[in-house]
Design a binder for this molecule. Structure first.
Ligand code: HPA
Length: 244
């Protein structure tokens, strides 16, 4: 079963025919909210709002371990993450949809592994390709079927938040090779890998990153919501075609 983790702007899937909601518990605590099960264009899916209902959990406080564990324990076999990002690369503008292919992790202090050594085992997972190639291709195919433009490939910089970045930090991320910046891509991606769950992401560029484009002197939060509202319609359409 496909699991969809929705971020800012996608706290619910309005096109989901909900069959049940379940509050899950895990050895790592509680996930961000109830798991919502239902049919999306005839396919069984489970949805979880990453920041909780009412968007109350900031990126550094999300219980990523509980979220992924609960989804797998309730039948998820692959994960699509939907997340807003700031655009660093010059060709990325607010409203663009990007399927990232790589990650640079700048987060710190998050609980980022199930393999904490507590059971006497040291486990290193391969993470050369952080996103699942087949699932990425399905996202790209779903967009093509829906006639939705997207950009295939971006290096995602995962930043700690909850504050936005300084212009100099964005310059540094760009020198490092990053194309987009967001606050939730890690450790979510690596925890999925540790659980053996194929994982891919749909990134919505909701603003130019700090110091770029119309964010040259400041990021104008009042604009983000409108960009997200419009784009999430397109993303919902894409998700409907994913299981065909
Ligand atoms: N920076 C970090 N995270 C974000 C941004 C940004 O500019 N926009 C949306 N999520």
């Amino acid at each position: 079963m496909l699991a969809i983790i929705g971020g800012s702007g996608l706290t619910q899937l309005s096109n989901l025919e909900v069959s049940r909601r379940e509050v899950a518990r895990t050895p790592y605590g509680e996930p961000s909210g109830a798991l919502t099960f239902g049919l999306l264009a005839g396919a069984q899916v489970v949805f979880l709002a990453r920041h909780g209902h009412g968007h109350a959990i900031p990126p550094h406080k999300v219980n990523y371990r509980a979220n992924l564990w609960a989804l797998q324990a309730h039948g998820a076999t692959r994960i699509v993450s939907v997340a807003s990002v700031g655009g660093i690369r010059a060709d990325l503008a607010p409203g663009d949809i990007v399927i990232p292919h790589q990650i640079i992790d700048y987060t710190w202090g998050r609980k980022s592994t199930y393999f904490d050594g507590e059971d006497g085992r040291v486990v290193h997972v391969d993470f050369t390709e952080p996103y699942d190639a087949a699932l990425r291709m399905r996202l790209i195919a779903a967009a093509a079927k829906t006639g939705i433009a997207l950009k295939d490939g971006a290096i995602y910089a995962a930043t700690q938040g909850p504050r936005l970045e300084t212009a100099a930090e964005i310059d540094r991320f760009e020198r490092d090779g990053a194309d987009v910046v967001g606050m939730t891509g890690m450790p979510e991606a690596v925890l999925a890998r540790e659980l053996g769950l194929p994982y891919a992401a749909i990134n919505l560029v909701s603003n130019h990153a700090a110091g770029r484009g119309d964010s040259r002197t400041a990021i104008r939060f009042e604009r983000l919501e409108a960009v997200q509202r419009e784009a999430m319609g397109r993303i919902r359409g894409m998700l409907e075609r994913l299981e065909e």
